[in-house]
Design a protein around this ligand. Sequence first.
Ligand code: GLU
Length: 429
Amino acid sequence: MNTIFSDAQTRLTDIFEHVQLSDDIRERLASPKLSLSVSIPIRMDDGGLRVFTGYRVQFDDTRGPTKGGVRFHPAVSLDEVTSLSFWMTIKCAVAGLPFGGAKGGVIVNPKELSNLELERLSRGYIRAIADIIGPKRDIPAPDVYTNATIMGWMADEYYQIMREQLPGVITGKPVHLGGSLGREAATGQGALYVLQQWALQHNLEPVKTTIALQGFGNAGYQFARLAQQAGYRIVALSDSKGAVHSEKGLDVDKIMLHKRTRRELKAMLYCDASVCEETDHTTITNEELLELDVDVLVLAALENQITAENANLIQARQIVEIANGPVNSQADAILATRGIPVLPDVLVNSGGVTVSYFEWVQNRAGYYWELDEVNTKLKIIMDREARNIFALAEEKNISLRTAAYIYGVQRIAGAISEKGTREYFQTKT
Ligand code: GLU
């Protein structure tokens, strides 16, 4: 069956062609360590009971406690959560963090819930999975349609269950509740550090570089804001409801302000004079945004956005994946033959989990860092891993994704091998 997970696993097949690794590694990375499906009964505001389905999948913990976000989305499925937990395993290894990978999700459209219902659901989810998480076991964080407030509720629920404050159980918490400075912007900031390294090596001058961005959630917004500050021209933006385009460039913060008040980018069509007067833009569809003639297409929405169906229509000179899995393996092959490089998710968006790691370290030490310290440390990791992966791709003449996977899987393989593989045991007996 063609699942997201089977597609994700084909990337491993690719890398085993380039590096010599024990079959044991392949075997270990073929299926998750633990998959939990839960039912979460929630009392709704109208007095009725609704039972939501949730998941937590811990993929591999060889390198440390498992780590990964929780998404609240109507399209969540066990297949998706399993794939995301696999990507987290690779991502944590790519960034060199002492974590394995996990992911969680609840099938829900949070936009349809009141804040009180959302709080009950967040707490209910933690009650359902409390037995398998913990600061030394599995550490959730935000993902699509979850945020710092939700992490605060989740952490609080866990403290109540455990009867002690254990802030290291969840990252991405509000700063006043033990969160780290810089976590909110970390995914976007990390992605920009990677793009800057790429730009440096490919002589892309920010002021002459146009960007189209799909996805205006937290990561997409933070990236767009910081990229604009760095001089890049954001010519198109989209969210789940619509997209706007302007060759002159869009004012990211004004659009965010507008989105917050009107809740959708499409509303820009009818927008108040304040924004319309200043941005000479047109409304386009999401498909049109993906096919724009721009220097950089940044994908910050959901998985499977570029597939065999539209990969031939992409005109961007390079693609940057801030979302997890936005380009599938068939599209990867088409883009590679067309010479369009894809800066892969497991590198580009690893800034989020990297600052989650910093938050976990600060929680466990009980000592909190200044923002400068967070960003300096983040930049060191992103620059280093980006440079290593770019160099490996060039040296072996392989895609950036294959290079990133080789890089990450070799770290995981190192950890698995230290526990002994078939080769080791055969020679010793
Ligand atoms: N959900 C984010 C990701 O996909 C962050 C995970 C984390 O901070 O643990 O990388």
